[in-house]
Design a protein around this ligand. Structure first.
Ligand SMILES: Nc1nc2c(ncn2[C@@H]2O[C@H](COP(=O)(O)OP(=O)(O)O)[C@@H](O)[C@H]2O)c(=O)[nH]1
Ligand SMILES: [Mg+2]
Length: 258
């Protein structure tokens, strides 16, 4: 079944050396949505060529190749600029390595159509395949993200299966030089909350694949935890500056909900 292309909502997949899983991932995304754009963020595993071959036969799939590796956030920003020029109002971001459930795309897009001013955040539902170090690590990041927004409702700070309104995110990223690497997802959620983009949370299954099943991760435990710690330091400082504003909003929300 061919889906009619959406003029407002786009699937954007940043991809960096994902291995063979990328083909099934992109094809599943295409089975659920049209259009799908893959931003190939440099890379050396031959998947750029493979994806370009798929795109040559599928008008609903576009592959944009960056000449060198710039980081996840930088790849998303590149896609946002193109999406904005092409007139899209929202993008759904998802990973290229098969961990995210492509069959949930329509449900997320529908939630975004019902709440266009909001960001739709996937909240991971882990199965037994999830490494406990990663599951525990994200509790720490989630706690900080909730403090930094005074519990405005971020269900998960790190999960990359989300729908964003294009313009607020694009403006936010252009206004500073952070959020270009693994610090993209948590910082986007916190800073968009600060700018008045409310989160809507949807539980979403996530899978971790063993290397022998084609699982590839570029998460480097020390490098990326240092990056995330420094990110929370700057977000915490930003939080202190905005505390009166956030407390005021919290008070108004509290009064409105009784
Ligand atoms: N780590 C990393 N991921 C990138 C980069 N550029 C794009 N991505 C994409 O970001 C997503 C998440 O990365 P991944 O290594 O799977 O992280 P993990 O799922 O947290 O272990 C994948 O879709 C990557 O292809 C990059 O420079 N570094
Ligand atoms: Mg992954």
């Amino acid at each position: 079944m061919e889906t009619r292309p959406s003029c407002s909502h786009l699937v954007l997949i940043p991809s960096y050396n994902p291995g063979e899983k990328v083909y099934a991932t992109v094809q599943q995304a295409r089975a659920s949505w049209n259009p799908v754009w893959v931003i190939v963020d440099g890379g050396t595993d031959g998947t750029r060529e493979g994806l370009e071959r798929l795109a040559a036969e599928d008008p609903g799939l576009k592959v944009v190749a960056l000449s060198d590796n710039q980081g996840k956030g930088a790849a998303v920003l590149h896609g946002l600029e193109l999406a904005s020029t092409a007139g899209f109002s929202h993008v759904l971001t998802m990973d290229s390595d098969g961990q995210h459930p492509a069959d949930r795309i329509p449900e997320f897009m529908q939630a975004s159509q019902s709440h266009p001013a909001a960001m739709i955040l996937g909240v991971p539902v882990f199965d037994a395949s999830a490494p406990s170090l990663r599951v525990k690590g994200r509790r720490v990041s989630n706690w900080w993200a909730n403090l930094e927004t005074l519990w405005a409702g971020i269900g998960d700070s790190l999960f990359g299966f989300r729908v964003y309104p294009v313009e607020p995110l694009r403006r936010l990223m252009r206004s500073q030089r952070w959020m270009r690497h693994f610090d993209f997802d948590p910082e986007a959620a916190v800073r968009l909350c600060w700018r008045g983009v409310p989160p809507v949370n949807l539980p979403t299954p996530v899978q971790y694949f063993a290397p022998e099943d084609g699982g590839v991760s570029h998460f480097r435990y020390v490098r990326d935890n240092v990056l995330l710690t420094w990110m929370h330091v700057r977000l915490f400082l930003g939080f202190l500056v905005r505390l009166p504003l956030l407390a005021g909003r919290r008070f108004t929300r509290h009064r409105a909900t009784g």
